[in-house]
Write a protein that binds this ligand. Structure first.
Ligand code: ADP
Ligand code: MG
Length: 348
């Protein structure tokens, strides 16, 4: 009887083993959306990288307000172009996150972002210019009807930079799913989506970068499971910034002040889709630890970690997380201790 059972087991496990034992880990890194995008796939056959990355480029173009002739630029220029469904979907999600965060995330941030000119290295605008631009930023004045027609006041403009990269990562994941891939990880400069398991058998390990020390990690998040997919996005004040008069000016703006948000230095959000995690990370960055955590705790299936300065401008840091964020209390204590140690400081 036992022999028979063994035979049965062998019969069932052999085909499974043949599939997973033949699977390899394929990896491709390319420059896309001004960042390095890495895709790792555990599978028996290598994906068509050219098709995958050109699909991603086409999707990114839909969300780019700088691109002449793009639907978003047309919309910003006061015309009424036919909008692709993908763009309508991202605009609706952006509006939802704007509402949830009471405008801390605002997709109509373009007049302010243009003033700061981060695309060309950044410059400090005059205060009167900021005051004037602030009056042209307000998601509440945008209307999207049931058919997806969008109304935007004149002088207003969409900038989807806080959510577009995540949306493109979701599109790459959808492409891989359509092609039959189940186990993969996509990393677009800190916007990560993982699906299934690494090599079909172990969780993916996601490193969260120390915001003040490029080569150090705050922790490693073990994420993934058969048939599951999760997105992990980190927004930090170290990604795009310039310094002036000893002060750091970075690219996440508080729409209420028009200046870079100061209440966080790094925010990590885990959510079901990368676009949602991306938008929420930007929103929570602006809201800061108290309001940010309150927002995340109220959203089902969403977790997050916020790193902030103990006092503005101080070199004491605090790390706070939602209740089910996947780092243990010891790991968080160790990370907090390391942040205060001399080698954990300002080595960007
Ligand atoms: P990164 O692109 O570095 O991953 P984010 O996802 O936080 O970082 O996006 C930053 C971008 O989001 C900015 O370059 C700008 O285009 C846009 N942005 C800045 N502040 C806001 C805001 N308060 N609400 C919505 N979008 C913003
Ligand atoms: Mg974002």
């Amino acid at each position: 009887m036992i022999k028979k059972m063994k035979g049965l087991l062998l019969f069932f496990t052999l085909p499974l083993c043949l599939i997973s034992c033949r699977a390899s880990l394929y990896k491709e890194t390319r420059l896309s959306m001004s960042t390095l995008v890495t895709v790792l796939v555990s599978a028996v056959a290598e994906p068509d990288w050219q098709e995958l990355f050109s699909g991603a480029e086409n999707e990114a173009a839909l969300f780019d307000h700088r691109l002449p002739g793009s639907p978003l630029k047309e919309l910003n220029d006061g015309r009424s172009p036919e909008l692709p469904v993908e763009l309508i979907k991202v605009l609706r999600l952006a509006m939802e996150i704007a509402e949830q965060s009471d405008g801390a995330f605002d997709p109509t941030i373009l007049p302010l972002i243009s003033l700061w000119n981060f695309d060309s290295g950044g410059e400090l605008p005059h205060e009167e210019e900021i005051l004037a631009a602030r009056n042209m930023v307000d998601y509440r004045l945008v209307k999207i009807d049931a058919q997806g027609a969008v109304e935007l006041p004149s002088c207003y403009g969409f900038d989807l930079g806080g959510i577009a990269k995540g949306a493109v990562v979701d599109q790459i994941a959808a492409y891989l799913n359509e092609e039959g891939y189940e186990n993969f990880l996509i990393d677009a400069g800190g916007d990560i989506l993982l699906s299934g398991l690494k090599r079909g058998k172990e969780p993916w390990s996601i490193g969260i970068r120390h915001p003040r020390s490029r080569d150090k990690l705050i922790g490693l998040l073990p994420l993934g499971g058969a048939g599951e997919s999760r997105a992990v996005v980190t927004s930090g004040d170290y990604e795009r910034y310039f310094e002036y008069g000893g002060k750091r000016y970075h690219h996440i703006l508080d729409p209420r002040s028009g200046y870079p948000a100061e209440s966080s230095i790094s925010v990590t959000v885990i959510a079901a889709t990368c676009a949602r995690a991306d938008g929420l990370a930007t929103a929570v960055f602006v809201l800061g630890p108290d309001q940010g955590l309150e927002l995340l705790e109220g959203l089902p299936g969403v977790e997050g970690m916020i790193i902030a300065e103990g006092m503005p401008g101080s070199r004491e840091y605090l790390i706070r997380t939602t209740s089910a964020f996947p780092l243990t209390a010891e790991e968080l204590d160790r990370a907090a201790e390391e942040m205060h140690s001399p080698e954990g400081r300002e080595t960007n």
